[in-house]
Structure formats: C-alpha cells, structure tokens
Design a protein around this ligand. Structure first.
Ligand SMILES: [Zn+2]
Length: 133
C-alpha cells in the first residue's frame, strides 16, 4: 500500500494518512478489548496474542504504562514493512497509529509514539516507544 500511495503522494502525506487510518482502527480495537478484559494488562496480552496469531510478527511488550507512563513494543519480522528495504526513515506508520490508538483507548490518556527502530530502515526489528503526553 505504501508503495502504491507513494506514486501519487509525498512521503509525509503517505505516513500521515496511514498513521490516522491505523489510529482509528487501534482506538476501536482498544475500546472493544477493554470491555472483554478484566484488567488493562489482560487486554494488552489479548491484543498481542491476537496480533501474533494474525501474522503481524513476534511481539514483545515492556508494559510499565500504569507506573511509569511508558511502554516499549518490539515486533520481530514485522509484517507491515515486509519487503521494504533501504528506507531512510521508519516505515511502519500504519502500525504506529494502531499502537497509539490502542494505548489511548486502553489507558484513557493521550500518548506520543515513536518507531525508534524499523526493520525496513536497517533496525533489525521494529521498536516503538509509547508514552503519555
Ligand atoms: Zn517498522
């Protein structure tokens, strides 16, 4: 999708569009999962397991959100940037939007997110830092 959109839009426009699409999806996923789970931690676990089963990649989460306001999410073999190589910057804006939306809806807080490593840009894994704003 990124490649197709890039034929008619600038890179920042593609990233913004994909991020917001992902964010709406993540907000809905988070709200729905929050109703099913007993705790926020259980909701995070349910979502991570569902994402892994769906082939999004192997996911590791360091969830200190309730105590430190920070969470680190790592995707090995991330499906969202599969096939992309030699990107100059992180390429998983759709996934970044999803994760921000999930965190916002689960914790009822505004968050900022940064993909500090991306496999497409030579990072080995895709690693996201999420924190309250
Ligand atoms: Zn990535």
């Amino acid at each position: 999708m990124r490649t197709l959109l890039s034929e008619s839009m600038s890179r920042p426009a593609v990233d913004t569009l994909l991020w917001h699409m992902g964010n709406k999806y993540g907000l809905a996923l988070g709200r729905r999962t929050k109703k099913m789970a007993k705790t926020r931690g259980e909701a995070v676990e349910l979502l991570a397991n569902a994402a892994q089963r769906s082939g999004w990649g192997k996911i590791t989460i360091s969830d200190g959100f309730e105590t430190t306001g920070k969470m680190v999410v790592v995707f090995e073999n991330c499906v969202f940037c599969e096939g992309l190589i030699s990107e100059k910057t992180s390429a998983c804006s759709f996934l970044s939007g999803i994760l921000a939306g999930i965190a916002e809806s689960l914790y009822d807080k505004g968050v900022s997110i940064q993909e500090e490593l991306c496999r497409a840009a030579g990072g080995g894994v895709c690693r996201f830092n999420i924190q309250t704003v």
